[in-house]
Write a protein that binds this ligand. Structure first.
Ligand code: ME8
Length: 657
C-alpha cells in the first residue's frame, strides 16, 4: 500500500444561493493541490461538500415556498447547481459530503452526546446577539459599531435556552497550538486569533452549540427542541466523511488527521479555535494545518449578492475556457492575501501568459517541427554553449516549483514555470530556426537540436502545469508527442525524456488572443445587467417616523390644477414648465424636474395636484409658484415617478383636504 497519503479539504459551502468566483477560488486551489500531490505519487483524499443546515437556509426556503430540503437539493444537485459547477470546473474531488446525508446526521448526534457525557457540553441560557447571515453568536463587546464584526451587517437579539461547549477549558492548549506550532498559516493570521479571542478581556468564551428558535438542523436526540449549532455540525464533516462515528465509510485510519484544511480568512476563527478544541474534547488527533486564504474582491469592492457584483464562474468559463479561468485565479493572486478581481486583469493575464507566452511557444515549436521535419526530428546535435542555459533552467524547474507548491504558493510556482517559458521564447529568437532552415541540408542536426530542446522545455512545463490546467496540458502532450512516461513527476526532473523520434503534430491554437476593448465592453454590459437583476424589484421609502402636528399639516394648501400648457425648459434636461389653471382666473407657473418621465405634450389638459402656498422660487431664471405632487418609488435601482393625476370632473382650484 502507498504510504504517501494526503488528505485535503475545502470548506463545505452554504447552498443559500449560486456559488460565485470566490467559492471557486478556494476549490480550484484545493484541486490544484490535490492534483499536484497525485502527480507526486500520493494517495490523495480530496473532500468538498455543502453545509446545508441553519436558520439562513430555513428562512430562504420559507421565502421560496419550499421545504429546506427541497431548497438545498435545488441548489446542490439540480442542473446548474454546485455539483454541476464543480464538474464544469474540472474539480477532481474524491468525496462530496452533504451535511443532510443520513450518515453525517447520525454521527453528529453521537458526537454531541459524547461531548455532553464528557461534561464538555452543558445546558445554560443564551442571551446576546446573533448574525443570521454568518450564523454567528456575538457578545455586545465583540460587535463593531453595533454590527457583526465578520460581515458588518445588523445583528439581532437572541435569548434562548441553549447548550454550551466548554471552549474555555481548552483555551491554553489552543493558544499554545496557535503560537508554538505551524498549525495555522499564514502566520500573519495567528496573532489576530490569539489577541481577539483568547487573550481578550474575559478570555475564550464558551460557545453556544444548540438552538431552539428554529428546527432546520441536526436534532439533539436526548433533548427534543434543540438542534445542533451549524458550525459544530459543519466542522465535523471533515471526519464523518471518512467514517467517524458512522459505517458509511472506512477511511479514518488511513486519512485522519487531515494534512490541510483550505479555508477563507473569515472562517479562520472556527477552524483555528473551536475545531481543535472540539477535537481535544474527544481526544482526537488534530489536523496538521489550517490555511486561511485571502478574499477576492471585485473592482476593489467586497463581492456581495446584495450589491449585485458577484462574479459568475459559469459565465467566465464559457467565454474563456475552464483552464484559463483556473489558471488566472492562481496565477494572479497570492493565496494568503486578498486579491482584486477585475475583468481587465483576467483578460490581460490570458493574453500575456497563455496566448503570448505559453500558446506561442507551443504553436511556434510544433509548427516548425512540422514544417521543417514533417513532425519527426532527425538526429540532433546539442551545443553546450547555446543550449546549456535553457537546459539547466528547465531541468531545475521541478525543484523550484515543488518548493513553492509545498508552501501553497501557487502564484510563485507558476512564476517559476513562466520564467522558463519566457526563456524558451527568447531561445527561439536567439537561435532563429527559420534562418537555419534556409540551408536545411547543412543545418539539419542543429535545427533538430533547437527544436528538441524546445519540445523538452514545453514537456517539463506542461507536466508542472497539469495541476492547474489539466485539459490544456493533455492537448500539449498530444501535440508534442509525449507518451504517458513523459508526463510523470519523475520525468519532470529529467532532461532528454522525449524519444529522439518524437511525433509532433501542430494542433489548434490553445489560447486564442482576446480583443481586450471589445471583450471588456461585453463583459461589463453583462455584469451590469446582472447587477440590475440582483437589485430589489421594488423599493419604497420607509414611512417617516417624525410626526407632524395637525395644524401644521392643515397649513399646506393642496389644489387640483389643470394643465393649460407645458413646455421643456431650454438648457435643462430635467425641467418642464407648466402653465396651470388654479381656479383663480390668473395663470400659475410651476417648474417641475420630471422631464425624464414625461413628454410635455402628453400632459396638456390633465388635472394634477399642486401645493400652492410655498414661497415662489427661481429655477433656471424662471419663477416657480408651487410644486406638483407625484408618487415616487425605486424599481431595479431606478427611480420611477408618476405625477398625481385626478379625475377631470374635479374642477381646477378645488381644495384637497
Ligand atoms: O463559510 N473570495 O460557507 P460559505 C474568496 N459553510 N473566498 C471566498 C469569497 C471571496 N469573495 N467568498 C466566499 C461557509 N469565500 C461555511 C464553511 S466549513 C466547515 C463551513 C469562501 O459558502 C469563504 O471564505 O459562506 C469560505 O472559505 C468559503 O468560500 C465558503 O463560504
Amino acid at each position: 500500500m502507498n504510504d504517501k497519503k494526503f488528505y485535503i479539504t475545502t470548506p463545505i459551502y452554504y447552498p443559500s444561493g449560486k456559488l460565485h468566483i470566490g467559492h471557486a477560488y478556494c476549490t480550484v486551489a484545493t484541486d490544484a493541490m490535490a492534483r499536484y500531490k497525485r502527480l507526486c505519487g500520493y494517495d490523495v483524499m480530496f473532500l468538498t461538500g455543502t453545509d446545508e443546515h441553519g436558520q439562513k437556509i430555513e428562512d430562504k426556503a420559507k421565502e421560496a415556498g419550499v421545504t429546506p430540503q427541497q431548497f438545498v437539493d435545488n441548489i446542490v444537485a439540480a442542473p446548474g447547481g454546485v455539483l454541476d459547477l464543480w464538474k464544469l470546473m474540472n474539480i477532481s474531488y474524491d468525496r462530496f459530503i452533504r451535511t443532510t446525508d443520513d450518515y453525517h446526521v447520525e454521527a453528529i448526534q453521537k458526537i454531541f452526546k459524547a461531548m455532553y457525557d464528557k461534561g464538555d457540553i452543558y445546558k445554560g441560557s443564551y442571551k446576546g446577539k446573533y448574525c443570521k447571515p454568518c450564523e454567528s453568536f456575538w457578545t455586545e463587546s465583540q460587535l463593531v459599531d453595533g454590527k457583526c464584526p465578520d460581515c458588518g451587517r445588523e445583528v439581532m437579539d437572541a435569548e434562548e435556552e441553549a447548550y454550551f461547549f466548554r471552549a474555555s477549558k481548552y483555551a491554553s492548549r489552543v493558544r499554545d497550538l496557535l503560537l508554538n506550532t505551524g498549525f495555522l498559516e499564514p502566520k500573519s493570521r495567528v496573532n489576530e486569533m490569539v489577541n481577539n479571542f483568547i487573550d481578550c478581556e474575559g478570555g475564550l468564551q464558551d460557545l453556544c452549540v444548540s438552538r431552539t428558535s428554529f428546527t432546520w438542523g441536526v436534532p439533539v436526540d436526548f433533548d427534543p427542541g434543540h438542534v445542533v449549532y451549524v458550525w459544530l455540525d459543519a466542522l465535523f464533516n471533515y471526519m464523518t466523511a471518512l467514517g467517524y462515528q458512522n459505517s458509511r465509510y472506512d477511511d479514518l485510519d488511513r486519512f485522519w488527521p487531515a494534512d490541510v484544511h483550505f479555508i477563507g480568512k473569515e472562517i479562520v476563527r472556527f477552524h483555528a479555535i473551536y475545531w481543535p478544541a472540539f477535537l481535544m474534547s474527544l481526544d482526537l488527533p488534530l489536523p496538521k494545518k489550517v490555511y486561511g486564504h485571502g478574499w477576492l474582491n471585485f473592482n476593489g469592492d467586497k463581492m456581495s449578492k446584495s450589491k449585485g457584483n458577484v462574479v459568475d464562474p459559469h459565465l467566465l468559463s464559457q467565454r474563456y475556457g475552464v483552464d484559463a479561468l483556473r489558471f488566472f485565479l492562481l496565477r494572479s493572486f497570492p493565496f494568503g492575501s486578498d486579491g482584486n478581481f477585475t475583468n481587465e486583469l483576467l483578460i490581460q493575464t490570458i493574453n500575456t501568459d497563455l496566448a503570448n507566452d505559453l500558446g506561442n511557444l507551443v504553436s511556434r515549436t510544433t509548427a516548425m517541427a512540422e514544417k521543417y521535419f514533417s513532425g519527426k526530428l532527425p538526429e540532433a546535435k546539442e551545443s553546450a554553449e547555446l543550449d546549456g542555459e535553457l537546459i539547466a533552467l528547465a531541468s531545475g524547474l521541478r525543484g523550484r516549483y515543488e518548493g513553492q507548491m509545498e508552501k501553497f504558493q501557487f502564484q510563485n510556482a507558476l512564476e517559476e514555470v513562466f520564467k522558463v517559458i519566457q526563456r524558451a521564447n527568447k531561445y527561439i529568437d536567439e537561435n532563429a530556426p527559420w534562418a537555419l532552415a534556409k540551408d536545411l541540408e547543412a543545418n539539419s542536426s542543429r535545427l533538430a537540436a533547437v527544436l528538441y530542446n524546445l519540445l523538452e522545455t514545453v514537456r517539463i512545463c506542461a507536466v508542472l502545469l497539469t495541476p492547474f490546467m489539466p485539459e490544456s496540458c493533455e492537448r500539449i502532450f498530444a501535440q508534442i508527442g509525449a507518451e504517458k512516461s513523459a508526463r510523470t513527476w519523475d520525468s519532470a526532473a529529467q532532461w532528454g525524456v522525449l524519444s529522439a523520434a518524437v511525433s509532433v503534430v501542430k494542433g489548434e491554437n490553445l489560447f486564442p488572443r482576446i480583443d481586450l476593448a471589445k471583450e471588456l465592453a461585453e463583459l461589463e454590459a453583462i455584469q451590469e445587467e446582472a447587477r440590475k437583476a440582483a437589485l430589489p424589484a421594488l423599493e419604497i421609502e420607509p414611512l417617516a417616523e417624525e410626526q407632524v402636528d395637525f395644524d401644521t399639516f392643515c397649513k399646506s394648501d393642496f389644489r387640483a390644477v389643470k394643465v393649460k400648457d407645458c413646455q421643456s425648459v431650454k438648457k435643462s434636461d430635467k425641467l418642464l414648465k407648466f402653465t396651470l389653471d388654479d381656479g383663480t382666473g390668473a395663470d400659475r407657473q410651476i417648474l417641475s424636474g420630471i422631464a425624464k418621465w414625461y413628454r410635455p405634450e402628453e400632459l396638456i389638459g390633465k388635472t394634477l395636484v399642486a401645493i400652492v402656498n410655498l414661497p415662489p422660487r427661481k429655477m433656471m431664471g424662471q419663477e416657480s409658484q408651487g410644486m406638483l405632487i407625484s408618487a415616487v418609488h425605486t424599481e431595479k435601482g431606478e427611480e420611477v415617478l408618476h405625477l398625481l393625476m385626478v379625475d377631470g370632473a374635479i374642477p381646477a382650484g378645488a381644495k384637497l383636504c
